[in-house]
Design a protein around this ligand. Sequence first.
Ligand SMILES: [Fe+2]
Ligand SMILES: [Fe+2]
Length: 267
Amino acid sequence: MSADKPSLGSAIRAALLTGEPKEKIRATRRVARDWRLGRLVFSFPEPMPDRPVWPDGLELLPPTQMPRRGRGGSLRAQVASWHALAHIEFVAIDLALDMAGRFGAQQGEEFVSDFLGVAADEAMHFALLARKLGQFGSLYGALPVHDGLWQAACDTKGDVAARLAVVPMVLEARGLDVTPAMIDRIRQGGDESGALILSRILDDEVRHVGIGVKHFDKVSLTRDECPRKLWQNLVRKHFVGRIKAPFNDSARQAAGLPRGYYAGIAS
Ligand SMILES: [Fe+2]
Ligand SMILES: [Fe+2]
């Protein structure tokens, strides 16, 4: 034991409390790397913040008040849609950090390693999208963003099973459903580099859903519950949106998410 090493929990907390985007990327990569290299001690001396820190001046709007994106292929619409994707990835960094920091002490080292790996992937996704925005002469924070994305974290902060059920297994799984059509549309519009960014993100997201499923199954086993029934009950209780078709069954299957879970509660 080396009491002189910094604690894992404090390093995660510090990344959550970093708002400036480049600094958040750096802090996230650093905590994932330091943990992998054995430079942090497995302890969580402080609670995780209820809300992470986001960039100064970022304008948060309720989903119903988000401005329209303009016409399909217009420059304005393209920037708005890359900006919306960048925001999803920015929040995904904090969702993965919070998963590791809030539930790591009870779930153990493998859980933390998996979700810090996810956090580092999300930081990379965000960096790719921020660079894309830069190519359009824009940047993250130039447009207002959807305020609803942290809500899932607040609603599930008391139960790791609920968090796993909703964040990787509903929200990230939804990304698997919608991304292929987005890739086709962007490729047809002639933006091959944009299509490649989204393909890379899609591959990683299959893995992220898989990590969620793996740990959800473990928690279900510990609680002596049927994973499918537990998942369906938790989603009904904690997820405010609808589970809706069409589903990307093959990507969901590759992630280990059986059709019998979501088809049963789809509306
Ligand atoms: Fe991502
Ligand atoms: Fe993800």
